[in-house]
Design a protein around this ligand. Structure first.
Ligand code: OAD
Length: 245
């Protein structure tokens, strides 16, 4: 789908550009999204595994799922969509990237100003002490992993039913309010509070552009909804914006 000229103009003239991403941005890197057939693992849905209750009941099963995802993410590389976002950051006067993804691919593509709303798959946290450590081992030995203190380690990820970390959610809402243009990329926009960030931008008078393989519940409230693959649309948008500047 062609990129409307108004979108190119708004992004090029933006004084504060924000990008909100979801699992779709990493789909072309081979990382499965959460919803849809690809998101299933051994017939479990993400909502059945990414919860404190699931971890309490069967920590090994939950860790097996994360170990599987860590293996996929470890083999994956940033795609042209991640790279275009990193270039947009370099040319924008003011920029923030808010991601729901835990795969770390944005950072590997060179993005710097990032809020990882849902955590990071390479980090684990002691359930007793709350200490956080980074562990890049794939596959993990002896699931579920334990802290040196003897307690269980859990993924440092925000699960369903848990509150987001105050620092990251405060930053995200502030950025959504203050930016004048937001690109919403590859998210089904059904998980709160991330799904309300584009509405905050819209209400504050900002221009909201959605880039997604299919329409979502927020498509109608956006100023422009571009249907297609983010790995194709974002590089083209970034190129057109760079010519306009
Ligand atoms: P979803 O799996 O819900 O949605 C992925 C979206 O990406 C869908 O709307 C697809 O249409 C779109 N998509 C797929 N391939 C695409 C492509 N190549 N280009 C553009 N769009 C594409 O993922 P999220 O919205 O990120 O939470 O899910 C939100 C949260 O739910 C996740 O952060 C995760 C999950 O449970 C936690 O892990 C805590």
């Amino acid at each position: 789908m062609a990129i409307p000229d108004q979108v190119v103009q708004k992004v090029a003239e933006s004084k504060f550009l924000t990008v909100l991403t979801g699992a779709g941005i990493s789909a072309e890197s081979g990382v499965p999204t959460f919803r849809g057939q690809d998101g299933l693992w051994k017939n479990y849905r993400a909502e059945e595994l990414a919860t404190p209750e699931a971890f309490q009941k069967d920590p090994k099963l939950v860790w097996e799922w994360y170990d599987w995802r860590r293996g996929i993410v470890g083999d994956a590389n940033p795609n042209p969509g991640h790279e275009a976002i990193s270039r947009l950051e370099k040319s924008a006067p003011n920029f923030y990237l808010i991601t729901q993804n835990v795969d770390g691919l944005h950072e590997r593509a060179g993005s710097c100003k990032i809020v990882e709303l849902h955590g990071n798959i390479w980090k684990m946290r002691c359930v007793k002490e709350g200490t956080i450590k980074t562990d890049l081992t794939v596959p993990l030995e002896n699931l579920p992993p334990h802290c040196e203190c003897g307690a269980l380690l859990r993924p440092h990820i925000v699960w369903f039913g848990e509150s987001l970390w105050p620092d990251s959610i405060e930053t995200a809402f502030l950025v959504a309010e203050e930016c004048d243009c937001m690109l919403v990329v590859g998210t089904s926009a059904v998980v709160q509070p991330a799904a309300s960030l584009p509405l905050v931008t819209k209400r504050a008078g900002g221009f909201v552009v959605e880039i997604n393989a299919e329409p979502t519940p927020i498509s109608d409230m956006t100023d422009s909804s571009i249907l297609g693959k983010s790995g194709e649309i974002l590089p083209e948008l970034e190129y057109l914006v760079s010519k306009r500047k």
